[in-house]
Design a protein around this ligand. Structure first.
Ligand SMILES: [Zn+2]
Length: 269
């Protein structure tokens, strides 16, 4: 399996769209790995994870084509992951009805909003639920419950298996509830992509991880055996308010065998 990190930024990206933080200014001056579009990923060429406001720029930057997607799988409905208006370009009058036949997999909150906005949506929509696996082509996807966002929404991280290999895409996680930890017991994850939104700044908000919390989650997964010695761990969903440049974070995480992700990074699972 191949995973492309198309975007690795938090809600307003880096530099923050209107942000004047140190990290935003650094990114404006230096570019490169310090510029982060909103978090999104692509498995192989056909399984799209999240569809945020930077999708147009991301597919062109990474040389991928939305016409190759057979599925779009959403994690949750926050605006940096779910750009509902951009989806109109997949259907009439922008394309013929049968030209882009991808299935949308998403929680009930997203599916409700899609049905309201697009009552005549011509492609399949499937409602997903945490801890209930579904198959798509030769993938098995199991959403697991994230600790993020509204308590009424089934916000999800995604376990994705293909050919005996498993990745866990865990953007917008917070510290999981015990049910999620229990579910991960006994599962081997070959690649973990995990958020580190808050960087070096600890906040009282529980729905995101700072660097220390991110490391604590990874350490617990290693102790459980969910992550093995050969498992890769890569960060994503970084906020400029975390007061950490790519290089500063990379130095901090390096002794812990955690790679700091960046836009365009391609990983083999
Ligand atoms: Zn987000």
């Amino acid at each position: 399996m191949k995973l492309t990190l198309q975007g690795t930024g938090g809600a307003d990206g880096i530099p923050g769209l209107f942000g004047d933080s140190r990290v935003s200014e650094y990114a404006r001056q230096h570019g490169g790995r310090d510029v982060r579009t909103r978090a999104a990923a692509l498995v192989n060429e056909d399984l799209k994870i999240d569809f945020g406001p930077d999708t147009f720029a991301q597919v062109n930057a990474t040389g991928s084509c939305p016409r190759d997607w057979s599925a779009v799988v959403f994690t949750h409905s926050d605006a940096d992951h779910f750009a509902i208006e951009e989806l109109q370009y997949a259907v009439v009058p922008f394309t013929a009805e049968d030209q882009c036949p991808f299935t949308i997999y998403a929680n009930g909150t997203i599916i409700r909003r899609l049905r309201e906005r697009y009552p005549d949506w011509p492609m399949d929509m499937v409602t997903t639920q945490s801890f209930t696996s579904f198959s798509h082509a030769d993938y098995v996807v199991t959403p697991i419950k994230a600790n993020h966002g509204s308590p009424t929404e089934d916000t999800q991280n995604l376990l994705i298996e293909q050919n005996g290999r498993t990745l866990l895409y865990a953007t917008d996680t917070g510290i999981w509830d015990e049910r999620t930890w229990r579910y991960l017991q006994g599962i081997t994850v070959n690649l973990l992509v995990i958020e580190c939104s808050e960087g070096f700044v600890h906040t009282p908000y529980n729905g995101h991880l700072d660097a220390h919390e991110c490391l604590a989650v990874v350490s617990r997964l290693r102790q459980m055996g969910t992550l093995t010695a050969s498992s890769q761990v890569v960060t994503t969903h970084h906020s400029h308010n975390g007061d950490a440049t790519h290089e500063e974070l990379a130095k901090w995480f390096e002794p812990h065998r955690i790679l700091v992700g960046y836009d365009g990074l391609v990983l083999e699972v």
